[in-house]
Design a binder for this molecule. Structure first.
Ligand code: ZN
Length: 78
């Protein structure tokens, strides 16, 4: 397991209303002024649990964190 710096978006996703957690090298990272640094962690779950101390509703980015984060309840799409 490699360590990485994680960031959480300050703006919730328009569809899911969740704040997305990213790794620092994600190509989908929002601009720096819309990010809060979560810290340096060795696992996605550790990072997401700490991100939830910042925002209650957090999900892992589907691009950089894929399926490795715990699933969170999703808003149903109509
Ligand atoms: Zn990402």
């Amino acid at each position: 397991m490699s360590y990485a710096m994680y960031f959480v978006s300050d703006k919730p996703d328009r569809m899911t209303r969740l704040h997305q957690l990213h790794k620092n090298d994600c190509s989908r990272l929002p601009s720096p002024e819309q990010l809060t640094c979560v810290g340096y962690y060795g696992s996605h779950n550790e990072a997401i649990s700490n991100a939830k101390e910042i925002y209650a509703n957090v999900e892992g980015c589907s691009y950089c964190l894929s399926h490795q984060v715990e699933s969170v309840s999703r808003v149903k799409e109509i």
